[in-house]
Design a protein around this ligand. Structure first.
Ligand SMILES: [Fe+2]
Length: 380
């Protein structure tokens, strides 16, 4: 489905607010959707480059489903299964080279955020065989990638609908989104794959989705459209909140809710971007090897506290918390402790103060002291 809405209206105070909504990814979210919609998947090209990590796409059956869908529709494929967690630019280039040599003309990302983000970057670079990896971060927005299909097997990133591809930049000892915007053509979201994910992955990725909601709502780019997605998504998220800190048992219906929440979070940040918790998380993930969702989640209480507004209280109420302290305790129960040594705190604060993109998204002004307070409230 293609929805393109554009609106500009006058607010009460008279300033002009711009509203923009663009969501060109066709999404199927249902059991067995790879099988059911295999012909649409196969129709995107003559030969697919399948992009996965080493294990989970095999163990949860998603890779087999994709292979069968392509085979039954007479579409060729090759497999690149070497995507590491937080993929590097170097890995993107190796997969790109394989795709070009083998004559692939579309890319299927299967897994969590790492393979799905990688698929977008690879699809872009396949269209630019003469460019080296610096092109990924070159200024200007290039959307001329091969078609991309995303098949999520975790429940946080929302990468199946976002145009973002976050890669590790070893030279800068952090992660960052590539400059270019690559929207997937098709997302096939089957909640059945989540049944194979370890509890820690469900917890971490579901908290990543919560981070997307909170950072999208508390964001200078937020509009009525993006906040509509957040409100709807957080209502869904609150239904499985108590599963994450083991207050109740997980039931079958939770998998679909978890996946839907993640996708709605992705749609929300597509329009706003993320803000300080994501910006801080990249340093923790790089240096301390902490999973993305966990690294984001630990900074959420500090971000809400720093906003200290009616808006953050509304957000807490939407997910059933009365007080920020109650929320902080919940995050601690779900994620456990994270260590952030002093030199890493200093590095993250310095890095974020130079990150104009993430600072711009934050709706309140921050300086070194404010960032320090966010970290300290969240971790100490
Ligand atoms: Fe995230």
């Amino acid at each position: 489905m293609l929805i393109w809405l554009w609106g500009i209206y006058q607010t009460k105070k008279g300033q002009v607010r711009k509203m923009f909504f663009y969501m060109p990814t066709k999404v199927y979210s249902e059991e067995q959707c790879v099988k059911r919609h295999g012909s649409e998947l196969a129709a995107l090209g003559e030969k697919a480059l399948l992009v996965t990590g080493r294990h989970s796409a095999r163990s949860n059956g998603s890779l087999k489903d994709v292979e069968e869908a392509l085979e039954s529709n007479g579409t060729g494929y090759i497999l690149f299964d070497e995507i590491e967690e937080n993929p590097s630019m170097e890995t993107i280039m190796r997969a790109r080279d394989l795709g070009i040599v083998q004559g692939a003309d579309f890319v299927v990302g299967i897994g969590g955020g790492s393979p799905m983000d990688a698929a977008k970057a690879i699809a872009l670079m396949m269209r630019h065989p003469d460019q080296d990896m610096d092109y990924l971060y070159q200024k200007g927005v290039d959307s001329s990638a091969c078609p991309v299909v995303e098949i999520p097997t975790t429940c946080g990133t929302g990468s199946e609908v976002t145009p973002y591809a976050i890669l590790t930049i070893h030279a800068k000892r952090t992660k960052s989104s590539i400059s270019h915007k690559i929207y997937p053509s098709l997302a096939l979201a089957d909640p059945g794959y989540l049944k194979f994910a370890p509890e820690s992955v469900l917890q971490s990725t579901a908290i990543d989705a919560l981070g997307h909601f909170l950072e999208s709502y508390l964001n200078s780019n937020a509009t009525d459209y993006s906040r509509m997605l957040v409100r709807g998504g957080m209502r869904i998220w609150s239904k499985f909140r108590d599963v994450l800190d083991r207050k109740r048992e997980l039931i079958e219906e939770d998998y679909q809710e978890m996946l839907n929440a993640a996708t709605l979070g992705g749609m929300a940040i597509t329009h706003t971007g993320t803000s300080l918790p994501h910006g801080l998380s990249y340093y923790v993930t790089y240096e301390e090897k902490v999973a993305h969702g966990k690294a984001v989640g630990i900074f959420l209480p500090g971000y809400l506290k720093a906003a200290d507004s009616q808006t953050s209280r509304e957000l807490l109420e939407l997910i059933g918390f009365q007080e920020i302290e109650e929320f902080r305790a919940y995050i601690g129960r779900v994620l456990g402790e994270v260590m952030m040594p002093e030199e890493l705190r200093a590095q993250a604060v310095r890095g974020l103060l130079e990150n104009a993109e993430k600072l711009k998204n934050c709706p309140f002004s921050v300086d070194e002291r404010a960032l320090r307070e966010i970290i300290e409230y969240s971790l100490d």
